[in-house]
Write a protein that binds this ligand. Structure first.
Ligand SMILES: [Zn+2]
Length: 389
């Protein structure tokens, strides 16, 4: 049986918006037809359910850490990244039940907020059962970290086992960040050849560039706190992106997350590297940790593939891609259609879910959301989302 849904605006993402358009779906939510208003009128369709708002496909959260959900509201804001990392290390230990309950709530919150797929960073197995039971499609990234080169073999063996233990969920071994992965460990991750997509935290703080260019700044205090002797490390005279990008695998989609201190030169370097790069923005987490946003103008160039992420509840007040879109709209006046592409199709392509998700196209089962309380096509503080299918 076909169900007909209509709204003031239908945004397929992969084709132009349809004013008062109609979508027909089967019982399973698979798209059967996209019908412009004039044709719907001609065909005299019966039983069309009209919704007041904008119909959009399911949203994609390309960067979350479910396993940190129990830290919601516990981490002090505005400390900068080294202080944030330290707080996470000090506070993350908790009872397994408490962690599991918080993850279930976080998964349900994402679902309610219209999220249909997520890239989830995991450095333990504890999120496996939540993801197995979820209606959200998850791509797990097994977070790999160890800055001491002598530990590289031991660490890769541990994450290889963790990746196996996540089966049948799809998981990929991925480096945490350039300042937490040694060069030999980068080489081992690259040699794994285990995935079509990989991710890394990139230039979340100015300290990261300072550390790689001059071996200075607050990261030195962090290594001291961790009891790690980094006398082996030499300043690279390069920004962190220019140091680590050549160490990332070729022929896979690479998601660079945060990019708060990424410069025009870094972007040029990345484009010229020939690697298949996606840029994930997590504006609310950036404001939480560093009280800074990336230079958003730089990411609106033709050809750059931008996605959105919430990061975890340790650095965000909610897991809502719509809230990330609002922040970007209010801070940088980025138009709704551009934000919507970042929030849907680009993320689905990065995660490899675009056969099913990311746009209203015949044959896909992308999920359907209604966005309400927009004014003249723009997001408002009171704009909300509700899941229709
Ligand atoms: Zn993160």
């Amino acid at each position: 049986m076909s169900i007909y849904l209509s709204a003031s605006l239908v945004c397929p993402v992969s084709s132009p918006p349809l004013e008062n358009g109609v979508i027909s779906v089967d019982d399973d939510g698979r798209i059967l037809e996209l019908i412009p208003a004039c044709m719907a009128k001609e065909r005299n369709l019966e039983d069309v359910r009209f919704l007041d708002g904008v119909l959009v496909p399911g949203l994609v959260n390309t960067h979350v850490h479910l396993e940190l959900s129990h830290l919601k509201g516990k981490v002090e804001e505005g400390t900068g990244l080294p202080g944030f990392v330290r707080q996470i290390i000090e506070q993350r230990a908790a009872d397994d039940n408490e962690i599991s309950e918080a993850m279930k709530l976080a998964d349900a919150e994402q679902y309610r907020n219209g999220i249909v797929a997520a890239g989830d960073i995991s450095n333990q197995l504890i999120s496996r059962s939540v993801k197995m039971d979820s209606a959200i499609y998850y791509q797990t990234f097994v977070e790999t970290m160890g800055f001491n080169p002598a530990m590289a073999d031991e660490i890769i063996a541990r994450v290889r086992k963790l990746k196996q233990d996540f089966l049948p969920l799809t998981a990929a071994i991925a480096p945490h960040a350039p300042y937490s992965v040694s060069r030999p460990l980068f080489d081992l991750i690259r040699a794994e050849g285990n995935t079509t997509c990989i991710t890394i935290h990139n230039q979340e703080t100015a300290e990261e560039n300072q550390f790689f260019q001059r071996k200075e700044g607050h990261f030195l205090d962090l290594y001291k706190f961790l009891g790690l002797d980094i006398s082996f490390f030499q300043a690279q005279q390069l920004t962190s992106l220019q140091y680590f990008l050549p160490l990332m695998p070729d022929d896979v989609r690479i998601l660079l997350v945060h990019n708060t201190f990424t410069s025009a030169q870094d972007i040029k370097f990345a484009v010229e590297s020939g690697k298949d790069i996606y840029w994930c923005l997590c504006p609310n987490a950036n404001l939480y940790i560093e009280k800074r946003l990336p230079n958003l103008k730089l990411f609106r160039q033709e050809g750059l593939k931008v996605t959105l992420g919430t990061d975890s509840l340790s650095s965000n007040h909610q897991l809502s891609i719509l809230e990330e879109m609002k922040t970007l709209h209010f801070q940088a006046a980025i138009p709704f259609d551009e934000l919507l592409r970042w929030a849907t199709l680009n993320g689905a392509k990065f995660l490899g879910f675009d056969q099913q998700l990311g746009s209203f196209e015949i044959g896909k089962k992308p999920g359907i959301n209604l966005i309400t309380d927009m004014k003249e096509g723009t997001l408002q503080p009171e704009t909300a989302i509700q899941r229709i299918l």
